[in-house]
Design a protein around this ligand. Structure first.
Ligand SMILES: O=C(O)C(=O)C[C@H](O)C(=O)CO
Ligand SMILES: [Zn+2]
Length: 274
């Protein structure tokens, strides 16, 4: 098991960063390793971002020191996506099968969490929770689907809300997946901020040579991070978050903070971007 801790960084400090520092603070490069759970604990809403690759043997989710409780879910909830292959999660011994594109909401109070599967790869995000909602598996066709964008703006995409108040209860975690249509490049453009919530963008299904140029920063001080397959970007509430890919890609977004209102966004006017 590996866990790295990232402190919350403000806009003034971020303005002074060079490329290496920006990547060190906001990009999570290595999430998947056979037989391992890898995690990053971010002080942005105390979000834990992780990857688990059971590689044929049961892989228990450990409880790292920053969690501060005997069990991982004593005061936390988790959203888990199977991003490749198929496998299962055993929650206190109850096995739930997951195929690529399925999501599992793991409630506060769950004791043991075990990842299983020969070829399965799991991406997960966990945030603090104050009460227990029912465990729920959400298949791709059970998520709320939104078809967004315009051909002329190269931003045609399908956004699916999986962990969302209209699908399943959760304390603060809101989570889903967006897939960019063939021929489009942009996600989340026109862009927005929402200082009430922080967000994590996990990019995947990129070909080896494809890169997403992820834009972040204050609207008046934008920066970019070049992102490869299966890498995640931490997005503070004050930062824009959008990207343009050199080839096809999808991403799993997750949010936590003061509300679960997906539509609560402050859109940025194009003329205000620098
Ligand atoms: O393609 C999009 O637009 C998104 O996926 C938007 C994210 O879900 C988001 O930023 C929600 O606040
Ligand atoms: Zn957002």
């Amino acid at each position: 098991m590996t866990i790295h801790v990232r402190q919350a960084i403000g806009p003034e400090e971020t303005r002074t960063y060079d490329t290496a520092r920006l990547r060190e603070q906001f990009l999570i490069e290595e999430l998947f390793s056979p037989g391992q759970v890898r995690m990053t604990y971010s002080h942005l809403d105390r979000t834990i971002v992780g990857g688990a690759v059971p590689d044929g043997a049961p892989l228990e989710l450990p409880t790292p020191k920053p969690v501060g409780c005997p069990n991982f879910c004593d005061r936390r909830e988790i959203g888990v996506f199977c991003i490749a292959g198929s496998g299962s999660l055993a929650l206190d011994g109850e096995r739930i099968g997951l195929a690529a594109g399925d999501c599992l909401y793991v409630p506060k109070g769950t004791g043991s969490v075990v990842f299983e599967g020969g070829d399965a790869q799991f991406y997960f995000v966990s945030t603090p929770a104050h009460r227990s909602y029912p465990m729920r598996k959400i298949r791709r066709d059970e998520a709320i689907r939104h078809d967004l964008g315009e051909v002329a703006e190269a931003n045609i995409r399908t956004l699916r809300q999986y962990i969302h108040p209209d699908v399943t209860g959760s304390c603060q975690l809101v989570m889903g997946m967006t897939t960019i249509a063939s021929g489009s490049t942009w996600n989340t453009m026109p862009c927005h901020v929402h200082d009430r919530r922080s967000e994590v963008y996990f990019y995947f299904n990129l070909a080896k040579a494809t890169r997403v140029f992820h834009f972040m920063g204050e609207p008046s001080e934008t920066r970019h991070i070049v992102v490869a397959d299966r890498q995640a970007v931490l997005s503070p509430g004050w930062s824009i978050h959008c990207g343009s890919g050199t080839g096809p890609y999808s991403f799993i977004w997750s949010m936590a903070g003061d509300n679960q209102d997906f539509t609560d966004m402050d859109f940025v006017e194009m003329e205000d971007l620098r």
